[in-house]
Design a binder for this molecule. Structure first.
Ligand code: C2E
Ligand code: MG
Ligand code: MG
Ligand code: MG
Length: 298
């Protein structure tokens, strides 16, 4: 990342550290201001059935709508929040906003069986998470199988002793788990045994790799990798979602490789719930069906 290196690309440690720390402090202040002033919003990106292009669910993505600076992208302040502990408060807010959205969606006949997937950070997996989820789901009268928790390989790697049993407890409530950004972390296959998930989300870097000239070495490798992930997932009875689909050619390739579900700018960006509910952008399915997100409940 260029912005962390000094003049002429030379990295001057003290300078970098100083700027990084200053930036962190600034981000930290913005986060607390945002929490105080309700600047955080959850926007919703459609997750679609690739063949019919109908929306089967939504991923909730955090947005900090700053009155002066506009919409700030989440990656930077989420990392800062993870380091300062602010992620717990943000996580609670995201859960609350996600469940409110589900409640509103479910009140519309056309969205009655849709689900919402929310991103969870490692720090949120505390002993009281299952009870907290159960309580909030019931307060909003949401059936747990309409909530998906997205976690990354990095979260699994943090090797939190209690993580496997927390995942198990939450799956026993009826919520499903999706392994986000799959293929970009360490992708240790043993995680797939230790941490049962329901869905694998192929990272967008693989999907953009499909743009390479057909027959080129990179294109062939990308195809092989996606096919391997799809094959493995099918054998393990996991759903597959392709992330970051931007064009028709990528879509065609993915369908050909047996991927059934995806999301990306080709279908829609993350938008405020009101926009989704107004029905102008997200396509609504003709026949609603929730894919069987769960492997088993036992
Ligand atoms: P993610 O969970 O992998 O989310 C997908 C990201 O890809 C989103 O970026 C989304 O806007 C973007 N995206 C979707 N379709 C396309 C496409 O076709 N092309 C391109 N170029 N990008 C696409 P976003 O919203 O900036 O989020 C970035 C990351 O921030 C997320 O990655 C997730 O790791 C994290 N994040 C977002 N919201 C939350 C949250 O509520 N809690 C936590 N803990 N993390 C969050
Ligand atoms: Mg995600
Ligand atoms: Mg992702
Ligand atoms: Mg990603």
């Amino acid at each position: 990342r260029q912005k962390n290196s000094g003049r002429n690309g030379h990295c001057v440690f003290n300078e970098k550290f100083g700027r990084e720390a200053a930036r962190q402090l600034e981000v930290k202040e913005v986060i607390s201001e945002a929490l105080k002033n309700d600047w955080f919003e959850l926007h919703f990106q459609p997750i679609v059935d690739l063949k019919s292009r109908s929306t089967i669910g939504f991923e909730g993505l955090l947005r900090l709508v700053h009155p002066g600076k506009g919409i700030l992208p989440p990656l930077e302040y989420i990392r800062a929040a993870e380091q300062t502990g602010g992620i717990l408060e943000i996580g609670d807010l995201v859960l609350e906003l996600g469940l409110q959205a589900l409640e509103r969606l479910h009140s519309k006949p056309e969205w009655q069986s849709t689900y919402v997937a929310l991103n969870f950070s490692a720090a949120q997996f505390l002993p009281d998470l299952p009870a907290n989820l159960a309580q909030k789901l019931s307060a909003h009268s949401i059936d747990p199988d309409h909530l998906v928790l997205e976690i990354t390989e990095t979260t699994l790697m943090q090797n939190n002793m209690g993580l496997a049993s927390l995942i198990e407890d939450i799956r026993n409530l009826g919520c499903a788990f999706a392994l986000d950004d799959f293929g970009t972390g360490f992708s240790s296959l043993s995680y797939m045994n230790r941490f049962p998930v329901d869905t694998v989300k192929i990272d967008s870097s693989f999907i953009s790799g499909l743009d390479e000239t057909a027959g080129s070495e990179r294109a062939n490798k990308t195809h092989a990798l996606i096919e391997a992930i799809v094959g493995l997932s099918k054998r393990l009875e996991l759903n597959v979602i392709a992330e970051g689909i931007e064009n028709e050619e990528q879509l065609r390739c993915l369908i050909e490789m047996g991927v059934e579900t995806g999301q990306g700018f080709l279908f829609g960006k993350a938008e405020p719930l009101d926009t989704v509910l107004s029905g102008h952008t997200a396509r609504q399915p003709e026949i609603m069906s929730l894919p069987d997100m769960k492997l088993s409940n036992t």
